[in-house]
Design a protein around this ligand. Sequence first.
Ligand code: GLP
Length: 241
Amino acid sequence: MKIIRAASYQDMSRKAANILSAQVIMKPNCVLGLATGSTPIGTYKQLIEWYEKGDLDFAEVSTVNLDEYRGLSKDDEQSYWHFMHVNLFDHINIDPARVHLPDGTNPDPAAACADYDAVIHDLGGIDLQLLGIGSDGHIAFNEPGAAFELGTHCANLTEDTIEANKRFFARKEDVPRQAYTMGIKTIMQARKILMVANGPKKAAIIKQAFFGPVMPEVPASILQMHPDFTLIGDAEALALI
Ligand code: GLP
């Protein structure tokens, strides 16, 4: 586990974008695992800026996102499909055929999740997975208690997560109660993992996850066992470690 201290949100975002850029330069046809949430938005902005300057080429890159809300279609403005297009894909030369998210509209969870695991498998696995962290320690939608050995599955969102994510919806009632999410096993199989965390709300969980015991009650704690895991945090998120 490597921990990189960033001075600010902008510094964290630039450092994370540098690592993602290096991956794309070293392996132009790499598979990037991408994340939603507010934390990676600055990282995506930085990648777009470097793309516009001509420093980055995404033509051969494939992407797989961590998760998608069950029941939301691609044109739903709250879908992660929409989020990723607005915040990154619409602004870079990624091939739309190489962009992958779980299919939230598939009513059959087992089929939707098996299809997604097959996509990741057929791509040859994930080279670099970007992650945020929920303040309860969830990664993707692997909520506290989720079994470490799960692949992509349908998860029930906890009250905490619904509460935290309601800011993206008009009303709390609109937040879907379930999501199709990569499991901890899927995430741990990525060759490299990069987590970004900022702000005081993440300080306690960062300490618990990376300096406490590894246990399903704190899903992110498993990352301590990954052979190539890097955490980049701003001063506030790393204040307790
Ligand atoms: C959601 C996402 C997670 C993300 C988390 C934290 O629950 N499924 O992938 O890490 O939110 O979001 P934020 O970065 O806004 O704190």
